[in-house]
Design a binder for this molecule. Structure first.
Ligand code: PMP
Length: 405
């Protein structure tokens, strides 16, 4: 049983067995990932690269093997295209700085969408402010999908980059990124995909997708925190300047000037999280052993079941992007006699019944503002969730309604 491989899932919360439905914020870790961290510090902890001694070589081998495993996992052409970061946010900030230094000047335009996470908004806003460029926002249609016609008309000779989420962390719906990339490429505009909410749930093939950059976080895919990835096509990464200076990213340092290391090290200043990269490679092994197609199928069926149960059994529920295919997450609100029950109250009462969900703006304030509510309740799934979890959620929501009425 998969569930038993995740030690934290045996936790009791307020005297009840935990139902963990907050996977979009962070997922739990299988024993083999926890073991990998312990193993690293117990057996081969040592700073990597240029080490002549045994432990350093052991750590280096594992770190670079992890990079290759990640490259294979997303079907990158080479491990040189995998830059280790602290997470999605760090990766986007790195790209915004570096790409911005090389390619953005006054009057240029960058495109994001109306449903982005703050980490795919604010770094671009900061860049636009620095360079007096303009951030343009793809609007949403009534059904909360992106207005792709509006997007097509926004692409122009001043557009320098498009950066959009593959799957919305609030709505759980997938964006037509392949078509968006194709349209951008017709005008030689590169595209960055925020895959934080897709990599944990489906197979990813960056070459098939043809994105120029793709970012994701280890902690949302059963791996460790403080570990993420910036994938970039080698041709693009070679054209970008380093983000931070320091050790590892240099070839030679002279008072007259410094020459930079080759890819991927040019973007990896300082001692990297080599225990984290190893643990992330174990998370990837765990997911790959189950099979990404299988994970996608099972979670898809679970999301369908959850949405059907919510609609059938919870009076006054409003599901956002209702009846559209959900990947990993469903957001909703509940109304009693036409009045909104504050999502925070629902989250608190669910917690008392052992059910962990997230409430609020989910770091996507512009999207939540456009829904005209203070927040939503979001249930989000991982590969250990099952129908029993959904049934517990439904019973807890029914109890919540009766407590509030
Ligand atoms: N983008 C999306 C779509 C996300 O869901 C998240 C995390 N909620 C992030 C970016 C930021 O990820 P991190 O906090 O791991 O940097």
């Amino acid at each position: 049983m998969r569930r038993e491989e995740f030690p934290i899932l045996t936790t009791q919360v307020h005297g009840q067995p935990l139902v963990y439905l907050d996977n979009a914020a962070t997922s739990q870790k299988p024993q083999m990932v926890v073991d990998a961290i312990v193993e690293g510090y117990t057996h081969w902890n040592s700073n990597i690269h240029r080490g002549t001694h045994y432990l350093s070589q052991q750590a280096t081998i594992r770190h670079e093997q992890a990079r290759q495993q990640i490259a294979d996992f997303i079907h990158a052409s080479s491990a040189r295209e995998i830059i280790f970061t602290k997470g999605t946010t760090d990766a986007i900030n790195m790209l915004a700085f570096s790409f911005g230094e090389a390619f953005i000047s006054q009057g240029d335009e960058i495109i994001v969408s109306a449903l982005e996470h703050h980490s795919n908004i604010v770094p671009w806003q900061m860049l636009c402010e620095r360079k007096q460029a303009t951030l343009r926002v793809i609007p949403l249609k009534e059904d909360l999908t992106l207005d792709t016609e509006a997007y097509a008309s926004m692409l122009n000779a001043r557009t320098r980059l498009v950066s959009v989420a593959h799957v919305s962390n609030v709505l759980g719906i997938r964006q037509p990124v392949e078509e968006m990339i194709r349209l951008a490429h017709q005008q030689q505009i590169p595209v960055c995909i925020d895959a934080a909410q897709s990599v944990p749930h489906m197979p990813i093939d960056v070459r098939q997708m043809d994105c120029d950059f793709l970012v994701f976080s280890g902690h949302k895919m059963y791996g460790p925190t403080g570990m993420g990835v910036l994938y970039g096509k080698e041709a693009w990464l070679n054209r970008l300047p380093p983000y931070q200076g320091g050790g590892e990213m240099i070839q030679h340092v002279r008072w007259e000037g410094t020459t930079y290391n080759e890819l991927p090290y040019k973007f990896e200043a300082g001692t990297p999280n080599f225990i984290g990269s190893y643990a992330l490679s174990k998370a990837i092994e765990y997911m790959t052993d189950i099979g990404l197609e299988k994970i996608a199928k099972e979670e898809g069926l679970l999301a369908q079941y959850a949405e059907a149960q919510l609609l059938e059994k919870i009076p006054g529920i409003k599901i956002y992007a209702e009846k559209q295919e959900k990947i990993g997450a469903i957001s909703f609100n509940m109304y009693q006699e036409g009045r909104l029950i504050h999502p925070f109250d629902i989250g608190t009462l669910l917690d008392q019944q052992g059910v962990a969900v997230r409430t609020g703006h989910h770091c996507a304030e512009p999207l939540i503002d456009s829904l005209g509510v203070p927040g939503t309740v979001r249930v989000s799934f991982g590969l250990y969730n099952d129908r029993e979890d959904i049934d517990r959620l439904i019973r807890a929501l029914q109890r919540t309604i009766s407590m509030l009425s």
